[in-house]
Design a protein. Structure first.
Lengths: 208, 208
């Protein structure tokens, strides 16, 4: 596929077919992941590909519990869950709830992790893992697979690390369910560029 | 360009031509940026496109000062700067030093920012800005422009925010110099997939 077509039509797909994904496709997706940059080219990323049905079901149970009992206490999501049903915010919550109810049924979950080497993991450590996560989302879309990026598993981080044998000096940065899409690819709702791009000084219009 | 060719040949390009970049190219790059996901689709990203020569020079001075006086005190970089000259680590440091000496000469700097809405910005807030940053790096490569992702400006965060009028509730997540490349695109050195991808449990080989 042409590069900009992939970028412009990649969007969160939270309704996934349970059909399995061939090894070769998973390999292509992870080979795209490791082309991303990382701080000092340290490549502290580790990608845990979870295909075992029992593990997926247990992660799904933890995720669902976190979604209903923790996420909905966050003011932004609590408010969004009460927004008019046809608003963009309410649609995101509804789709996110569907994912919470079914994430364990996705044929593959990729848990993108970062070895922190004992450093505290602040915002900028994200520069060493989320570019690779974005390459996963884009490569999956190029190969016809649906994904979304979620961090809600972090409400049950301790349990998930124990379940999967993840060491303490590793952060679980993103959970990515993968599957053939039941939803459609296409442009997601976004603010106009003029609202988010400035020229030279904060708040100054670009004029283009 | 074909999607996987872009992904596989995008790499840090730290030697840049000072020739200007057309508005239309910058617009295409930022339109790719905002296709990325963000938590709850909040789109708290703001992209400050810095083209003014005086501002670029002042940012360049701050960046160079941070590189020599702060970055080289970080053990990883101090060690890397003393590694054998033909090692991958030493090459990254040498290229990074060139960038530090010349970043203000890049025709455009993009400062990717994140409005945090008063939340503390930890690792997972990176999931709302670095996917967009990766789209910038990839779109630039698709359009023949060199870039790299750096966070070294954060050593002079206060001064840079004052210079550009950036509010306190905004994080400066990445600085991206853009220009036509003097270096070559191509595959950057990476660990083999077998070292960074596991199946079902931490440390377990995928077999593919």
């Amino acid at each position: 596929m042409e590069f900009f077509e992939v970028v412009h039509t990649q969007r969160a797909i939270r309704r996934l077919d349970p059909d399995p994904i061939p090894d070769d496709v998973l390999r292509q997706i992870l080979e795209a992941a490791v082309c991303a940059p990382s701080g000092g080219n340290r490549q502290g990323w580790r990608f845990l590909v979870i295909r075992d049905a029992t593990l997926r079901r247990r992660i799904g149970d933890l995720y669902r519990d976190a979604w209903y009992n923790d996420l909905l206490k966050v003011p932004y999501y609590r408010d969004a869950s009460q927004a008019p049903a046809d608003s963009d915010r309410a649609k995101v919550v509804s789709s996110s709830r569907h994912l919470a109810d079914h994430i364990g049924e996705a044929p593959v979950l990729i848990l993108a992790c970062l070895e922190t080497e004992g450093m505290s993991a602040g915002l900028t450590q994200g520069a060493s893992i989320y570019p690779a996560v974005q390459n996963i989302l884009l490569a999956a879309r190029a190969l016809g697979l649906g994904t979304t990026l979620t961090t809600i598993h972090r409400f049950r981080d301790r349990e998930i690390k124990t379940l999967l044998g993840i060491p303490d000096n590793v952060e679980t940065a993103a959970l990515i369910p993968l599957g053939y899409p039941l939803g459609k690819f296409g442009r997601a709702p976004r603010k106009p560029l003029a609202e988010v791009a400035y020229l030279d000084r904060w708040g100054q219009a670009t004029g283009w």
